[in-house]
Design a protein around this ligand. Structure first.
Ligand code: GUN
Length: 282
């Protein structure tokens, strides 16, 4: 039976550490996280509620700016420019996805890279690419690495298959793995023979949002499977992995919910508080 790689105890530890850090920052200078949501996509609202709950528990305030679906790029950018100069705002997050008619790149590029807690500004992407740790790494990528490190899973030289090539998760995670000397393959929906690619890997990390994509035919004994998929199906949150199918085959698997998800939120607040946490939480 596989070991279950729960993210919850680790999330709780990070929460305690961050609460301590926040309590040491005088209230009037505590960084506020500003979240911009365009439209009212149910999944985005759920993600934001999770961030708000965590923020409250560690003593951080959130400004939630909800803008209508038909807001223009310029209006969003004008708001970002105001937040960039607001000394009380320590982090700015534009909840994704944006409506498809919007210019996502232009909007993300208007965020001050120092306040880009999502690590999606080109300055931070470049720093990540060249392994310069003065930049900000996307929260999900950071959460995956926090989970792997907590369970003592070595990466150096190992064959890792990243399933999914999104700008938010797949690409930055593949780069982070390369930066840690793993042998990385990236698969996507056009990859030929995904089951065979999966079976060649020591570690499979999947972030596609396709429920049940990875099943018993994709895995073999001894592998580690990290499930980053989050999809609402019949009122339940499910991952990319058929958990029950792989459980009796692989060495370790992260659950959904309760695996990487809680660590993604914790990592976002580590990014927000990075200037205050030297040595306590990375
Ligand atoms: N939508 C789903 N996950 C994320 C995230 O980590 N950051 C942003 N900005 N939007 C998201």
């Amino acid at each position: 039976m596989a070991k279950i790689l729960s993210g919850i105890p680790l999330r709780d530890k990070i929460k305690v550490d961050l609460s301590t850090v926040v309590s040491l920052i005088p209230e009037h200078v505590r960084p506020i996280l500003s979240i911009i949501q365009v439209g009212s996509l149910a999944a985005s609202t759920t993600y934001i509620q999770g961030k708000m709950k965590f923020a409250k528990e560690i003593g951080i305030s959130i400004q939630h700016h909800v803008l209508p679906n038909d807001v223009s790029d310029e209006e969003v950018i004008d708001l970002i420019l105001i937040l960039n100069t607001d000394l009380k705002v320590g982090g700015i997050l534009v909840q994704l996805p944006l409506p498809t008619c919007m210019n996502k790149e232009k909007i993300l590029e208007s965020i001050d890279p120092e306040k880009d807690v999502d690590g999606l500004h080109s300055v931070n992407i470049k720093k990540h690419l060249v392994n310069d740790d003065s930049g900000i790494v996307p929260a999900t990528t950071k959460g995956i690495h926090t989970l792997l490190d907590f369970y003592g899973i070595p990466l150096k030289g190992r064959r890792i298959l990243m399933v999914g090539r999104s700008d938010l998760v797949g690409k930055p995670t593949a780069i982070a793995l390369l930066n840690r000397d793993a042998t990385v393959t990236v698969a996507h929906h056009l990859s030929v023979d995904l089951p065979a690619l999966c079976r060649e890997a020591d570690i499979i990390i999947t972030a596609t949002g396709v429920p049940g994509l990875i099943g018993k035919d994709h895995v073999k004994a001894g592998q580690i499977v990290i499930d980053v998929g989050i999809t609402k199906q019949d009122e339940k949150i499910v991952g990319d992995v058929s958990f029950a199918e792989v459980l009796s085959i692989v060495a370790a698997v992260s659950p959904v919910p309760g695996g990487v998800g809680p660590l993604t939120i914790a990592s976002l607040f580590q990014n927000l508080l990075r200037k205050y946490t030297s040595g306590i939480t990375k």
